[in-house]
Design a protein around this ligand. Structure first.
Ligand code: GLN
Length: 512
C-alpha cells in the first residue's frame, strides 16, 4: 500500500477524520521518513519525536471519545527555528541563541496547538534568516532533496526541503525578501508570503520588522490554503496585524476564477534570467490562457531598484533588531574567564576590535567579544551595512532614499493592479545552484532576490509553485503576486494551474 507520506495534507486530514489512519500511525510514518532521509537532507535542527507521538495519542483518544477537534487535528507540522516554542530550543540557526528556550509560544504556535496540529520539529534556516541557501546556518547546510549537491534555497530551506522530501506534510516559514517563495521554487513545492499584517509576528524573532511575514510551505495550493487558514488572523499583540476578517481559504481554493487577467512584467524578462526558467514561465502562461485567462504585458519600472532598496532597508532594520544581542540583555556571552586572562596578558581588545587604541572597558569588551563570537559572517555583514546606512551623514543618502524608492515600488504595484488581477512571472532567475557556489560572492547571491524582494517592500502577497523542471531535473518556479489581502485570489489562481498540470505531484526520485 502507498505510504501515507505520499498523500497531501488535505487528503491526510480526510483520512484522519474518516479514521482510515490514526494520528499516531501518521506521525510514526513521518518520523520513520525523517529517520531514513534526514541524515542526508538535514532539514531539521530538532525533531520532537516523543512529544509528537504523545500529542498524537491524545488526539486519537479525543477523536475516539467523540470530542470536538481542531482544524488540523492529527496533522504533523514543522516550524522554522525562529518561531518561538515555549520551553523548546529556538535558535535562529545561530550560536547567539544556541541555548535560548523561549518562555512563551509565538501566536502562530498557539494557533497551531489550538487547531490540534502536531508540532514535529524545528527546521534549518540561514542564520537569523539572512541568506538564500541555508548555508549560513551555524549547524551546517540543508541539501536540496532533488539533488543533494545543490542548495534548497533559503532562508526557509529546511522547511521547504522537509515538505519536498515528504518528512512533513506542512511547514511554517518566514519571508522577508523571498525566504518562503525562493526555497519553495528550488524544492518544487508551493509557498505563500501573505500580505504584511495578515499573520501575527508575535513570537517571531525579528530580522527586518517592516518586511518579515510568516507563511505556509506545502505541496499544493490547497494545502497552503488549509495552513494559512490556521495561521492568519488579527492579533492585538502585534500592532501591525491587520484588523480584517480572513476568508475560509480552504473552502474556496478549488473554485476557478472566471475572467482572470494576468499581468506579465516586461522588466522580468531581461538580463540574468535563465532560459529554462523563462521558457517554463511562458509555458505556464499558455496553460492559463487555455483555462480562459487573459495575459497582458505590464511594466513595473522601479523593480530594478528592488534589490538595492531591500538590502538597505533590510540591513538597517536588522542592525537595529540585532543590537539587543550583546551578551547581557540577550544571547550568547563570551567566556569571561578567558576575557579576563587575555586582558591581564595585555590582549584586551578582543576579536573584531581595531588595534592600536585604548583598551575598551571590560563591559564594552564583553559586548564586543560576545557579538564577534556569537554572530556569523553574513549577520555581521548586514549589521555593518545597516549601521553604516543609518549613521549620521549617510541616513538621508541611503535609508531615507530607500524609503522613498520603496514608495515608488509600491505605487508601481498599485497601478498595475488597476489593470490586472494578478502578476505572474519567475520566482528566481536560475534553477537551484550547487552548495558552496555563491557562498563567497554575497552580491551574486543577493541578485537572486530580483523577483521576490519587491513584494515585501510593497507589503503585497505572493506565491511560488513549480511550473516545470530543468534538463537536469531541477524544479523551476512560477510566482503569482496579488494585491494586499488578496491571498484568496492568489491561492485560487494557483489551484487552477495545479488542476491543469502535474508538476506539483512530482517527487524527488533519489529519496525512494
Ligand atoms: N535572501 C534574502 C536575504 O538574504 C531574503 C531573506 C528572507 O526573506 N528572510 O535577505
Amino acid at each position: 500500500m502507498m505510504s501515507p507520506v505520499e498523500a497531501t495534507a488535505t487528503e491526510l486530514l480526510q483520512r484522519l477524520q474518516t479514521r482510515q489512519i490514526t494520528a499516531v500511525e501518521l506521525t510514526q510514518a513521518y518520523l520513520q521518513r525523517i529517520e531514513r532521509w534526514d541524515g542526508q537532507v538535514r532539514a531539521f535542527l530538532q525533531v520532537e519525536g516523543q512529544a509528537a507521538l504523545e500529542r498524537a495519542a491524545e488526539i486519537d483518544r479525543r477523536r475516539e471519545a467523540g470530542q470536538p477537534l481542531g482544524r488540523l487535528a492529527g496533522l504533523p507540522v514543522a516550524l522554522k527555528d525562529l518561531i518561538c516554542t515555549e520551553g523548546q530550543p529556538t535558535t535562529c540557526a545561530s550560536k547567539m541563541l544556541a541555548d535560548f528556550r523561549p518562555p512563551y509560544d509565538a501566536a502562530v504556535v498557539a494557533r497551531l496547538k489550538q487547531a490540534d496540529a502536531i508540532l514535529i520539529g524545528k527546521t534549518n534556516m540561514d542564520e537569523f534568516a539572512m541568506g538564500s541557501t541555508t548555508e549560513t546556518s551555524v549547524r551546517g547546510p540543508t541539501s536540496n532533496p532533488w539533488d543533494l549537491s545543490r542548495v534548497p534555497g533559503g532562508s526557509s530551506g529546511g522547511g521547504a526541503a522537509c515538505v519536498a522530501a515528504r518528512m512533513a506534510p506542512l511547514s511554517v516559514g518566514t519571508d522577508t525578501g523571498g525566504s518562503i517563495r525562493q526555497p519553495a521554487a528550488f524544492c518544487g513545492i508551493t509557498g505563500l508570503k501573505p500580505t504584511y499584517g495578515r499573520v501575527s509576528r508575535y513570537g517571531l524573532i525579528a530580522f527586518a520588522s517592516s518586511l518579515d511575514q510568516i507563511g505556509p510551505l506545502a505541496r499544493t495550493a490547497e494545502d497552503a490554503a488549509l495552513l494559512l487558514e490556521v495561521l492568519a488572523g488579527h492579533d492585538s499583540r502585534d500592532s501591525t496585524s491587520a484588523q480584517v476578517p480572513c476568508p475560509a481559504y480552504s473552502q474556496t481554493v478549488s473554485e476557478p476564477l472566471d475572467g482572470l487577467t494576468l499581468g506579465v512584467v516586461r522588466e522580468h524578462f531581461g538580463e540574468g534570467l535563465d532560459s529554462e526558467v523563462e521558457a517554463a514561465v511562458r509555458e505556464a502562461m499558455e496553460v492559463y490562457r487555455s483555462r480562459g485567462a487573459r495575459v497582458k504585458e505590464i511594466s513595473l519600472p522601479h523593480n530594478r531598484y528592488a534589490i538595492a532598496t531591500y538590502y538597505v532597508i533590510g540591513s538597517c532594520e536588522a542592525s537595529s533588531n540585532l543590537a539587543r544581542y550583546d551578551g547581557a540583555h540577550y544571547g550568547y556571552r563570551t567566556d569571561e574567564q578567558v576575557m579576563r586572562s587575555e586582558r591581564a596578558a595585555g590582549r584586551p581588545a578582543g576579536p573584531g576590535a581595531p588595534t592600536a587604541r585604548e583598551p575598551d572597558p571590560p563591559l564594552v569588551d564583553m559586548y564586543r567579544r560576545s557579538r564577534a563570537e556569537g554572530f556569523g559572517a553574513e549577520v555581521k555583514r548586514r549589521v555593518m551595512l545597516g549601521t553604516y546606512a543609518l549613521s549620521h551623514g549617510y541616513y538621508d543618502a541611503y535609508y531615507l532614499k530607500a524609503l522613498q524608492v520603496r514608495r515608488l515600488i509600491r505605487n508601481d504595484f498599485d497601478r498595475a493592479f488597476q489593470e490586472v488581477d494578478l502578476i505572474a512571472g519567475p520566482v528566481t532567475p536560475t534553477p537551484p545552484y550547487r552548495l558552496g557556489e555563491k557562498l563567497e560572492d554575497p552580491l551574486a547571491m543577493y541578485l537572486g532576490d530580483l523577483y521576490t524582494a519587491s513584494a515585501n517592500l510593497a507589503g503585497i502577497t505572493a506565491l511560488a509553485m513549480p511550473c516545470g523542471f530543468s534538463r537536469e531535473g531541477l524544479p523551476l518556479g512560477l510566482q503569482l503576486q496579488g494585491p494586499p489581502l488578496e491571498e484568496e485570489r492568489v491561492l485560487r489562481a494557483a489551484a487552477m494551474y495545479q488542476a491543469a498540470t502535474d508538476w506539483h505531484q512530482r517527487q524527488p526520485a533519489g529519496l525512494g
